[in-house]
Design a binder for this molecule. Structure first.
Ligand code: MN
Length: 308
């Protein structure tokens, strides 16, 4: 369904609520209000984001404002605004960011890292080239991770060994649940490390809807820390998330180097046909059981490798 997202001021939201008074309906969880006209559903959130959905949402939204360039891209439902979207001010404050690596790779661990970056340190990190790790090669990532450590940026890093991953997977945990628990633990550790300092906020690079994240925490009797925000592509907005993503990625890359050393085989990243071949080699030289120690065995690559 076509949709338009606008970012509006609190006073405009008030005006809107009055305007749609007779068409208000029960708002979804975390929404400020929702209304339904004959052609459009309107949902307003506390962050100021307003979602217009319908056949031609522009005809309804244009009376309130123009979408900004960023929101034009947000078509998928996973990018719908939610109550945990960070305020713009968070990005320039002293805050924690967390991100993970290795989730889409057949071989190697999942790594999650959280970093606490003060306002002052943010400039230094930008100056040395800390940015979205997706735009950096492995060598740059390792060098930047080293610099981040040398600058004494407080961080916490967790590695989920494949054996544990496969155990969790077999007892029915989704990757989303694993990531949730790892991010939560990384944040707990870091908060403890920097105590009594409290960050102005915590930003998690979003991998699921916040409500799903909270559901996973509840299932393990854990509770969301205070001032936690979620957004997709957070590493492009927050230097703390970018630092976390570099630390996590660097740990993943090093774990992959180690795997090549240990097996004497070429171990590719990702989950492509090249990976199937590498897995077949592992089976040939070390037996199928070895995969349980070094790969995410429920990926389709395992079955494909066995056929090779
Ligand atoms: Mn991420």
């Amino acid at each position: 369904m076509p949709q338009v997202v606008l970012k509006l001021s609190a006073s405009t939201l008030d005006k809107m609520k009055n305007h749609y008074q007779s068409q208000l309906k029960n708002p979804p969880q975390n929404a400020l209000f929702a209304a339904k006209t004959s052609s459009c559903t309107i949902t307003a959130y506390r962050s100021g984001k307003v979602l217009f959905q319908g056949k031609s949402p522009e005809s309804e939204s244009e009376q309130w404002g123009k979408p900004d360039v960023g929101s034009l891209k947000s078509k998928s439902s996973s990018k719908q605004p939610h109550a945990f979207h960070p305020p713009e001010s968070l990005f320039t404050s002293s805050h924690i960011g967390s991100d993970e690596a290795g989730t889409g790779d057949y071989f190697g661990p999942i790594t999650v890292a959280a970093a606490y970056v003060t306002k002052e340190q943010a400039h230094t990190l930008k100056a040395i080239g800390v940015k979205d790790s997706k735009h950096l090669n492995d060598r740059q990532i390792k060098e930047l991770a080293k610099s981040i450590v040398e600058l004494k940026i407080p961080y916490s890093l967790l590695r989920l060994p494949n054996k544990k991953y496969n155990q969790w997977q077999r007892k029915g945990w989704s990757q989303g649940k694993m990531k949730t628990i790892l991010h939560h633990q990384a944040l707990e550790k870091l908060l403890e490390k920097i105590s009594p300092i409290k960050p102005e906020g915590i930003l998690v690079d979003q991998f699921s809807q916040p409500e799903v994240y909270k559901k996973h925490l509840r299932s393990e009797k854990l509770q969301l820390q205070s001032n936690v925000y979620f957004m997709t592509k957070a590493e492009s907005y927050s230097i703390a998330v970018a630092a976390g993503s570099i630390i996590a990625r660097s740990a993943f890359v090093k774990a992959m180097d180690q795997l090549e050393m240990d097996t004497g085989l070429s171990i590719p990243k990702g989950a492509s046909a090249k990976v199937d071949e590498a897995a077949a080699q592992v089976i040939k030289y070390y037996g199928e059981d070895k995969l349980d120690e070094i790969a995410k065995v429920h990926f389709a690559n395992t079955q494909k490798a066995k056929k090779l």
